[in-house]
Design a protein around this ligand. Structure first.
Ligand SMILES: Nc1ncnc2c1ncn2[C@@H]1O[C@H](COP(=O)(O)OP(=O)(O)OP(=O)(O)O)[C@@H](O)[C@H]1O
Length: 332
């Protein structure tokens, strides 16, 4: 069943249009990630779903109801923000239960829900602590717990991990994926981080300049992007783009080759000047130039290559993608 449908949503602030004709369907239980560069309209779209902003045109459907006239508090949603927005004067237990109390839910049910959420989030030992006595990761878990106890139809998460350091971000990402599995809840998650999108999503919505570029599973988008923008946005290090005549193809096209699809080959068609080498232990990244074009090569394992060295590169031709001058996919 469809949990959320956005139908031709547009949004303008004064004369500036920031969302244009957005159509998205989210199935029940899906983890959907809105991803795109800064300013593309991700947060505004989430706020329109929440009812914190009105759409200038179009409809928001939650389940079988058009919620345009319905205020945020009645939409059956719970939001988690980047800033945890916890109440500093309330302990963890009270932060989690406040909204339920305001809704008039009986005390023993509140206690049950708080106990269950804190068990899931491994916060059971911290219920009496105040936010100032918690780490950033714990605070974010409380914010997530506060959403869980409300048993919403839809979870809306706006960059919830971006205040955490890299290691904690990765742990919390895994916890969030597990939580989604346990709750079987519908989640809409906004991020500009393509790794979060790739690792968390059942379905990714790539946005640019207020428009949907492509919707699909992470692997569909990675392997079969509709255009150069999507191809370049998903994947780290990013896809390399070169004029196709460098590999003997039509000069009006660009060829896109992912860093991991390049390899060292004495008879390879690309002569690369290595400018920098990143030894990652398990992998080695070469930053290089081919003619005037920059390239990143991801080699499996450890390699004894120095900056200023020249290497010959081959690539997996079956995985190369071609793009016409307007950025759309083309056949070679
Ligand atoms: N209340 C507002 N009034 C005017 N312009 C706004 C308002 N809110 C957002 N915008 C503009 O709308 C555009 C989209 O903003 P939005 O915050 O949705 O982008 P985003 O993709 O979430 O970016 P980021 O990743 O940087 O948070 C931006 O150009 C922003 O300046």
């Amino acid at each position: 069943m469809t949990a959320l449908a956005l139908k031709k949503i547009s949004k303008s602030f004064d004369k500036t249009q920031v969302l244009k004709d957005i159509d998205i369907e989210v199935n029940e239980g899906e983890f959907v990630v809105f991803v795109g560069p800064s300013g593309c309209g991700k947060s505004t779209l989430l706020r329109v779903v929440a009812g914190l902003e009105d759409a200038s045109a179009g409809e928001v459907w939650i389940g079988d109801q058009c919620v345009n006239p319905i205020p945020p508090s009645k939409r059956g949603i719970a939001m988690v923000f980047q800033s945890y927005a916890l109440y500093p004067h309330l302990n963890v237990s009270k932060n989690m239960s406040l909204a339920l109390k305001q809704e008039g839910i009986p005390k023993d049910e509140i206690a049950e829900r708080v106990a269950e959420a804190s068990r899931m989030l491994k916060l059971d030992g911290y219920l009496e602590r105040y936010p100032s006595e918690l780490s950033g990761g714990q605070r974010q878990r409380v914010a997530i717990g506060r959403a869980i106890v409300r048993k919403p139809k839809l979870f809306l998460l706006d960059e919830p991990l971006s205040n955490l350091d890299a290691a904690l971000r990765m742990n919390t990402r895994v916890e969030l994926a597990n939580l989604h599995k346990q709750l079987k809840a519908t989640m809409i998650y906004v991020t500009h981080d393509q790794t979060e999108a790739m690792t968390l999503a059942d379905k990714i919505v790539v946005l640019r300049d207020g428009q949907v570029e492509q919707i699909g599973s992470p692997m569909e988008l990675y392997n079969n992007p509709v255009n150069q923008f999507v191809a370049g946005f998903l994947g780290s290090p990013a896809m390399n783009f070169l004029p196709a005549d460098i590999i003997g193809k039509d000069a009006s096209l660009s060829v896109g080759i992912r860093p991991e699809d390049l390899f060292l080959a004495d008879d390879g068609p690309l002569l690369a000047d290595v400018t920098h080498v990143e030894h990652l232990g398990g992998d080695t990244n070469l930053i290089a130039t081919v003619g005037e074009y920059n390239m990143t090569v991801r080699l499996f394992g450890q390699h004894d290559i120095e900056p200023d060295q020249q290497v010959k590169l081959g690539f997996d031709a079956a995985k190369a993608l071609y793009f016409s001058a307007d950025g759309l996919r083309a056949s070679s």
